[in-house]
Design a protein around this ligand. Structure first.
Ligand code: CA
Length: 362
């Protein structure tokens, strides 16, 4: 039966309403097939690595689900499509439409990027989100990545990390001299100023480097992630607090051309899925870190030690020097530093009488 004849017959038999519904459903099915967009997400993490890799998986799944399958995102672990440290270039070129990593990995592209992962002795996760979402940070981040054809989004925060794994006790600053340590970003610059040698390595290469003695020490994230890499099998002393990474933002990178090609609702879904994952990753670390630390201490007999106060205060002084110098490197860094510092001074006062006062009291 031809469609026109069918409608005529259907109308006369009172079936027109259900026929339209059927035809509407068929149409939207055809149009959803026609407009299905496929994106690749490359990451700096080993595939399915706890929280980091699985967080990237969740982000891809959320976008796919929230869009009703109209935008399908497939995740690639480090080295699957491109090596970890080529994620930025690969999304910038459009080889992949999205990436997941951390901004301090890209200091070779633009020094200013480092402000958007973490600053030694800088902001906590909660404070960082305040700056990014409501303190002008996100606009500055967008401006920083614009020349690369990239749109950034916060997509996870580790909270305060651990200071790292060492094969000797750190009793004074002298113990950091000559130390070859995996430590990225501005923290690495601080170590250099303390007489050490910072090394930048993607997560997947840390364990073997420490085990073989290619490096003397490393930091990674915190108990849950460090246990997963088996770092306790390569070093004995586990130090806190992570002065160099007090609340590291993980980032989603989005190719601007690919984003611009999306309809407005899909653009909103991409950015809001990042917001969901940004919070969820912090929640997962908060829930899992202490259980992992218990395992490291009780089962693997790891020595958990606090860095001496005078070491921390010297590192803070060196950090201030490093961050102040970064601000003089280019106009973008100067502009970001000014926003960051203003925010840090005002938010610290509030944190002191809210979070800090409460934590000391409980
Ligand atoms: Ca780290």
């Amino acid at each position: 039966m031809k469609r026109r004849n069918f409608i005529k017959t259907a109308a006369s038999s009172g079936l027109l309403a259900s026929a339209s519904l059927l035809s509407g459903a068929a149409q939207s099915q055809t149009s959803s097939k026609r407009t299905q967009i496929k994106w690749k997400m490359v990451t700096t993490w080993p595939k399915n690595f706890p929280v980091l890799g699985t967080g990237a998986n969740n982000l891809a799944q959320l976008i796919t689900e929230m869009s009703g399958g109209r935008l399908k995102v497939k995740v690639y672990g480090a080295k699957e499509l491109v090596p970890a440290f080529e994620v930025f270039d690969s999304v910038s070129r459009g080889t992949a439409q999205m990436g997941h990593g951390a901004a301090y990995y890209w200091k070779g592209k633009t020094e200013a990027a480092q402000f958007f992962s973490t600053v030694p002795f800088g902001l906590t996760a909660q404070e960082m989100n305040g700056w990014l979402y409501h303190g002008g940070g996100m606009e500055l981040w967008q401006e920083t990545y614009k020349p690369f054809g990239l749109i950034p989004a916060a997509a996870g925060n580790t909270g305060v990390q651990m200071a790292g794994w060492f094969n000797k006790e750190i009793k004074s600053m002298a113990d950091l001299k000559g130390l070859k340590m995996r430590i990225p970003g501005l923290g690495g610059e601080v170590l250099k100023r303390a007489g050490g040698t910072p090394v930048s390595l993607p997560g997947g290469e840390i364990f073997i480097s420490l085990k073989t003695g290619a490096i003397d020490a490393t930091e990674w994230v915190g108990p849950y992630n460090d246990l997963a890499f088996g770092l306790h099998k390569a070093a004995k002393y586990y130090y806190y607090p992570g002065w160099h990474e007090p609340g590291s933002t993980l980032e989603a990178l989005i190719n601007k051309q690919a984003m611009d090609a999306l309809p407005a609702d899909l653009q909103s879904i991409v950015l809001n899925a990042c917001k969901v994952v940004n919070q969820d990753i912090t929640a997962e670390y908060t829930a899992r870190n202490q259980l992992a630390l218990d395992t490291l201490v009780k089962k693997h007999k790891v020595n958990v030690l606090k860095l001496p106060d005078d070491v921390l205060s010297t590192l803070q002084r060196l950090s201030d020097e490093v961050v102040n110098e970064l601000a003089t490197k280019d106009s973008m860094s100067k502009k970001i530093f000014s926003s960051f510092e203003n925010y840090r001074h005002q938010v610290k006062k509030w944190t002191d009488i809210s979070e800090l006062a409460y934590l000391q009291a409980r």
